[in-house]
Each structure stands twice: as C-alpha cells, then as structure tokens.
Design a protein around this ligand. Structure first.
Ligand code: SAM
Ligand code: SF4
Ligand code: SF4
Length: 371
C-alpha cells in the first residue's frame, strides 16, 4: 500500500531573529545548554535540492516540478558558511558534517571544503570534517574532495538489490553506481567509508542481511538507521519502524555480534563487532532508544537558519546577522545565547507528544535541515 502523503505548507518562513547582545568582546566559555550539553557538532546543509526522491525524505508527490526550492540568493555563500563555521569553532565545535539535500549538487563544493579544512582551531588540531552523500556523483568528485581536505565520507545506501534500491530512491538510480562511488572514496583515501541504511519495515528490511554479508570483511562500517518521523511529508507510521534491537537480533542469528564501547560521547550509533573479527556495524535508534541526553549537534540550514534539533519547528535567522553589519564576536554571543536556551529532547518525549506540533507549526523537512 502506498504511504499516505501529507501536503506541505511552506514552513521555511518560520524563523526568529536572534537577540543581539550588546557585548562585542570575544566570547569565552563554557557553553552549555539548559541540560548541560556542550556544542560540539555542526551539520551544514549546503543545498535543499536533490536528484533522488527517497520516499522517507522527499516524496515525489510533494517534491515535484512545481515545488519551489530556495532561490540562489537565499543560500549562504561559501564565504558566509565559512565565517559562520569559524564562529562555531570558537564556540567549541570540533566536528563539521556537510549535508543537504544532496551536497555534491552544490557547484564547486570542494572550494567550501578547502575553506573549512583550513579553519584554525584553538588547540591547533584539524577539524573533523566529513560529508554525507547519496554517492550519485561521488565517483567523479572523490579525488577533488580529498585534495581539498575532506577526511571522511558517509554514503547512504538502502539496499543491494537493484529493484528495491531504485524503488526507494524513486529516481531509477542503480546500486552499481553507488558501489562505484564507495570504491572511489576508498581509492582516494576517504575511508573507512560509513554506509547508512534507513530500514523501513516491509520495504527494505529483507536487505539487512544481504547488506551485512556484502560489507562484512571490508573496511566499510555499515549502520542501520531507524526510520524517523522527521518533517511532515513522509507519512511516517510507527509500524514501519523496525527497532534496532530486531536488526541486531537478525544479524546476530547469522553472524554472532558483541557490543563495543562508544568511541566518543554524543555518538549517534551504538557499535557492534562481529565476533569472528570481520569488522563492525552500527545501529542508530533515534525512535526506540533516544540519545538526546548527549546530543551536542546544531544544524545550519542552506539559508542560514540555526536549528537545535532535527525535530524543530523554528530556526534562528543567522543570515540576518551575517548580512547585517555584525562583528564576529556579536554573532558568537548571539549563537551562545541561543545554545544556552536550548532544552530540546524530542526523541525522549516522542511517546508523550501529539503526532503533530500542538501550535499548528510544521516540523522542518530533512532535505532542508540536513541529516
Ligand atoms: N542526500 C544525502 C544522503 O542521502 O546521504 C545527504 C542528506 S540526507 C537528508 C542525510 C541522511 O538522512 C541520509 O542518510 C538519509 O538516509 C537520512 N534520512 C532522511 N530521511 C530520513 C528518515 N525519515 N529517517 C531516517 N533517516 C532519514
Ligand atoms: Fe535526497 Fe538524501 Fe533525502 Fe534521499 S535522503 S531524498 S538522497 S536528501
Ligand atoms: Fe538531538 Fe533532537 Fe535528536 Fe534528541 S531528538 S537526539 S535533541 S536532534
């Protein structure tokens, strides 16, 4: 049965103007939100466009030829993104992930990568700089991205079976080209590549074991993501979520697994290793096991709105500051004030919340905010 699709109102217009503290002195920490969480990870969406139409993210019925994507002048320029990122690094960010939409669709992205790779950090260590992509253009772009200073890459791939994959991306894109992109990334030194598979019960859960068999014994780290209720267009239903515990049970029945310790606080994936030494897998259980307690991620949209949670309904308009006559310390204080007021923990509260935001607002869409 086709998923129910809900019409989309343009919620991108919802944004609040950040308060501007009078303070023009350099910011000095510590910076914690209301739940004591530091700001460590920044995800930057560089485009709201995509050449795929994954049903769980950009269903074709909504994102069709009449859908109005952002005009070019609404997008932050590379210079604006790099400036904002520099301020975030001064505030404590050590990891930046470029995302979208499909980030490799943004022209000359390697120029932005180079600007970010060269950002100074307080301790002189390079930023952890990575990118999430559907890999449709990766084979062509891997070398330029590596040369520009990208360190690692995450590729999304939801099935090995070509028919299932083409149905899920809804753009008739073949698996072979994604596998070619992964190979190219390894060849140029962007490994170990992580592969993300969103699992939808009844759609691609039969692909869990084939995916595991394929990537076992290779340097690729395969991660299974629970299908999430992000946005307002994908017709999400709880009965289409396959809990990560079931994924692990299915894997364990064929390839015994043991749990691994998290490598750093705030890590989204729980890590498991094959007992026979053939590598590791991860599960991201945002629906069945919330990890809000350690959530140290901020998200910057393509047009410069700051969101503090994937399930937010309102962003903070940083672009207005960047395009106004504001100094970097002023922007830093404004972001710090926003972070200090953060109390988001949607996944922890999900079960107790109404299915849609009570105030009639709409949750931000994944292709706009970035994963
Ligand atoms: N286009 C790129 C890609 O697909 O890798 C980057 C952007 S995409 C929005 C980032 C990640 O979000 C992808 O791994 C995608 O599978 C995941 N994603 C999108 N919608 C999701 C949903 N409803 N539930 C879980 N993951 C989702
Ligand atoms: Fe595009 Fe990524 Fe969303 Fe799929 S998940 S539609 S590839 S942005
Ligand atoms: Fe972070 Fe929001 Fe996800 Fe919780 S629901 S982990 S606060 S992004």
């Amino acid at each position: 049965m086709a998923a129910k699709v809900i019409p989309l109102a343009d919620h991108r217009l919802l944004a609040s103007a950040p308060l501007l503290p009078a303070d023009d002195t350099p910011f000095s920490g510590p910076l914690l939100d209301t739940l004591g969480r530091p700001l460590h990870d920044l995800r930057i969406s560089v485009t709201d466009r995509c050449n795929f139409r994954c049903s769980y993210c950009m269903p074709k019925e909504i994102f069709d030829k009449n859908y109005r994507f952002l005009p070019h002048d609404a997008l932050l320029s590379f210079e604006e993104i790099a400036r904002t990122a520099r301020v975030f690094v001064d505030l404590g960010v050590r990891k930046i992930r470029l995302t979208g939409g499909e980030p490799l669709l943004r022209k000359n992205l390697e120029r932005l990568v180079e600007m970010l790779a060269n950002l100074p950090t307080p301790d002189g260590r390079p930023l952890d700089l990575t990118l999430t992509t559907n890999a449709s253009l990766l084979a062509r772009k891997a070398q330029a991205l590596k040369d520009a200073g990208l360190q690692r890459i995450t590729v999304s791939l939801d099935a090995l079976d070509d028919t299932t994959f083409r149905r899920m991306n809804d753009a008739d894109f073949p698996v072979a080209d994604v596998l070619g992109g992964i190979e190219a990334a390894h060849r140029v030194g962007l490994g170990p590549v992580k592969v993300n598979m969103v699992v939808k019960r009844g759609t691609n859960d039969h692909e869990i074991l084939p995916m595991a068999r394929h990537f076992r014994g290779t340097p690729v780290v395969l991660r299974f993501i629970e299908y999430m209720d992000v946005g307002a267009t994908n017709g999400w239903r709880m009965d289409e979520v396959l809990p990560s515990a079931d994924v692990i049970a299915r894997l364990n029945a064929e390839f015994p697994l043991e749990a691994m310790a998290a490598s750093q606080s705030g890590e989204t994936a729980a890590r498991w290793r094959y007992r026979d030494g053939q590598g590791e897998v991860g599960v991201i259980s945002s629906v069945t096991q919330a990890f809000c307690r350690d959530c140290n991620r901020a998200r910057l949209t393509t047009e410069g709105r700051l969101f503090l949670c994937l399930f937010g309904t309102q962003g903070h308009d940083l672009r207005a500051l960047l395009r106004g006559d504001r100094t970097d310390p002023q922007v830093a204080h404004a972001i710090a004030a926003i972070w200090r007021g953060r109390g988001d923990r949607y996944s922890e509260l999900r079960a107790a919340l109404p299915p849609a935001p009570a105030d009639g607002a709409r949750r931000v869409e994944m292709h706009y905010i970035g994963g």
